[in-house]
Write a protein that binds this ligand. Structure first.
Ligand SMILES: Nc1ncnc2c1ncn2[C@@H]1O[C@H](COP(=O)(O)OP(=O)(O)O)[C@@H](O)[C@H]1O
Ligand SMILES: [Mg+2]
Length: 292
């Protein structure tokens, strides 16, 4: 508790110091009910598409311990967020350069330790990341699948929680579980839904409608469809080549779909909230207890 108060005070001080620097960065958290639906590919390639639109983009591997983002980008970072926690380096030293000028905060591959950080360690890490306020226009977080406390906290605290779903019934059912936790436990009022691996715009809309019907019946939550990403063989081929499909197959359906998503994120008036990293992590610390 004492540590939490200290961290909140430190974040408040950073916020005061940075408030003169203008509008804060926008925070987008990419989440899903089920694993394997394409969250990491969406987060990594969305970050590339946003960079191509001229934004300064930071993508954070929030699926600590799995670090699949490194595979999507084909990078093998020397330092990770664990080194910051261990006091071996600063947060700026961990910032890795990804493709197309994206900046990445990498996690550790196959790290049990990283996947099981204490609340105090998580808060230390969040306070460290918040020091990057002012350097980026948008932060995209690839969260872990499911209704774990940390993923739900990121989604609830973000300016835009994005739920990736596929047409599979289990993905929709697990997506509903995420919507339920976000709405009834954490007070989220709006959730952006991104159908992935769909065969057509019609199937995307149908997938969205199935989730929206369930949500409309039981929850006080508004859903917004954020375009869609078609099923595309170029996705797996790009991962094998260690290059994001946005660069490897820019004219393919998945890349075009995600550029549409990036455009919507930049232009839609319902997606303009920019609370900044400090306020975001402040909210994370306050909510994390409530999510458990
Ligand atoms: N739009 C898509 N078309 C085809 N395959 C996809 C698409 N999106 C994701 N995939 C495949 O789905 C698998 C899981 O993707 P990944 O991004 O690792 O999911 P998650 O992060 O949700 O676990 C990968 O093999 C990836 O190649
Ligand atoms: Mg993943």
């Amino acid at each position: 508790m004492r540590h939490q108060a200290q961290t909140l005070r430190r974040l408040a001080a950073v916020r005061q110091a940075r408030s003169a620097e203008g509008q804060g960065c926008r925070v987008v958290a990419v989440t899903s009910g089920k694993g394997g639906v394409g969250k990491t590919n969406v987060a990594g390639n969305l970050a590339v598409a946003l960079t191509q639109r001229g934004l300064r983009v930071l993508v954070v591997d929030g699926d600590l311990g799995m670090a699949d983002l490194n595979l999507v980008y084909g990078i093998a970072p020397r330092l990770t967020l664990l080194d910051v926690l261990a006091g071996r380096c600063t947060i700026s030293e961990v910032l890795a350069r990804g493709p197309a000028g994206v900046y990445v905060l990498p996690a550790c591959a196959a790290s049990f330790r990283m996947a099981n950080l204490s609340d105090t360690e998580l808060q230390q890490m969040w306070a460290a990341i918040a020091q990057l306020e002012g350097a980026f226009d948008i932060m995209v977080i690839d969260t872990g699948a499911g209704i774990g406390a940390t993923s739900m906290t990121f989604a609830a605290a973000a300016d835009q929680p994005v739920l990736v779903v596929t047409p599979e019934p289990s993905s929709i059912a697990d997506g509903y579980a995420v919507a339920k936790v976000l709405s009834s436990r954490l007070g989220v009022k709006r959730l952006w839904v991104l159908p992935n691996q769909v065969s057509s715009a019609r199937e995307a809309h149908h997938t969205f409608r199935r989730l929206a019907t369930l949500v409309g019946r039981f929850l006080d939550l508004s859903l917004v469809q954020l375009g869609h990403v078609p099923m595309d063989q170029a996705v797996a081929a790009a991962v094998r080549a260690g290059r994001p499909f946005q660069l490897d197959a820019p004219d393919g359906p998945a890349a075009r779909g995600l550029r549409g998503v990036a455009q919507r994120l930049c232009s839609d008036s319902s997606t303009q909230a920019r609370s900044g990293m400090v306020l975001f992590f402040h909210r994370c610390i306050e909510m994390h207890g409530g999510a458990v």
